[in-house]
Design a protein around this ligand. Structure first.
Ligand code: TRP
Length: 333
């Protein structure tokens, strides 16, 4: 099919570092779902990246399977897309080693995420944390991805991926496709409900600051009721109204309504009522996801069948690129 061949390839990965939040869903996963209609998509659970921070094995295993089940729960089609676990495809680690030798210490030393994380985990500044962007480059370059949707915090890592790829191509010829950042329409940045100047994060100590994707309806509504706003009683986006701005963004992203429509809908309406509407809209969006998540999580054999199949399709593509790289460098492959 000509149109299958000409579709651009998108690659992205998500780390299984804990229970996912509404922020992960609206900021990244919902876009994955939208892209999967128009592009040839490969999505992975980046479990290898996660051990740059020490993990408790049983919990880690659970988070990996939860995250994979969530990809299915948001209706990413495992047949149309390739969905897999990064550690199931050994080419990622293999290419990462080779690319390590084409990446300069100084380049990695400039990565802001490395600086931040080495401060946050000062007792475990391991070499993996340092070379993390090289593994990410391997994830992307193995599949000759054209487009990579990334949030602001990963932009620098995509830049270094492009630098590594161009350097390699300069030496050995056209081996890698140079990936571009995918700028989605409104990559919604969802803020904390308790402190709307901070990004919503599952690692926040205050559980009321985030909505977990698996929170039940009552919990979701309670958290929105407690969301920090202002004293104006005006449902309108404006500078300084960070709490309300955030709630409007959430409401629009979930319902597909525009900001103008939303402001009109809630004209003259108090915050209590607006918060309830946001909570209900979010709970309604999450309910079918939770139902499918539970379905896949209960059926271990089915889940395994899907990630194994994804890995074998990913491996086929990955090994083609890896083989090329190994031969170019001079290995007897
Ligand atoms: N580092 C990314 C994050 O934490 C996850 C990731 C790993 C990724 N490999 C990738 C994202 C490749 C895009 C492409 O969010």
């Amino acid at each position: 099919m000509a149109d299958e061949v000409s579709k651009k390839r998108v690659l992205s990965c998500i780390q299984p570092s804990g229970m996912l939040t509404l922020g992960n869903y609206l900021g990244a996963l919902k876009n994955w779902k939208n892209m999967s209609d128009d592009y040839d998509c490969i999505f992975a659970v980046a479990d290898l990246h996660t051990i740059t921070v020490r993990q408790q094995p049983a919990e880690f295993r659970k988070h990996i399977l939860d995250t994979f089940a969530l990809l299915l729960a948001i209706d990413l089609d495992p047949q149309k897309n390739i969905l897999f676990l990064q550690s199931n495809v050994s080419a990622h680690s293999q290419l990462a080693w080779v690319l390590n030798c084409y990446t300069q210490f100084g380049e990695l030393n400039r990565m802001t995420q490395f600086k931040e994380k080495s401060q946050k985990h000062a007792d475990n500044v391991n070499a993996g944390l340092f070379t993390y962007p090289v593994l990410m480059a391997a994830d992307i370059l193995l599949y000759q991805a054209d487009l990579v949707p990334v949030g602001a915090d990963q932009k620098q890592h995509l830049e270094i991926t492009r630098d590594i790829a161009m350097r390699f191509n300069n030496i050995y010829g056209d081996v890698f496709t140079i990936p571009q950042p995918f700028i989605g329409k409104e990559g919604a940045k969802i803020m904390s409900l308790a402190d709307p100047l901070k990004k919503m994060s599952k690692s926040d100590e205050n559980q009321n600051s985030y909505v977990a994707l698996l929170d039940d309806k009552d919990t979701v509504i309670r958290k929105f009721k407690r969301a920090v706003t202002d004293s104006q009683a005006l449902v309108k986006k404006a500078d300084g109204k960070d709490g309300i701005n955030n709630l409007i963004t959430i409401y629009c992203t979930v319902t597909g309504k525009t900001v103008a429509q939303t402001e009109k809908e809630f004209e003259g309406v108090g915050y209590g009522e607006f918060k309830l509407a946001v909570g209900e809209a979010v709970a309604k969006e999450l309910a079918p996801i939770q139902e499918k998540f539970n379905y896949y999580r209960r059926d271990k054999a089915k889940l395994e069948e899907i990630y194994r199949d994804g890995a074998s399709r990913a491996q086929y593509l990955a090994n083609k690129t890896l083989g090329k790289v190994m031969k170019k460098v001079g290995f007897i492959y």
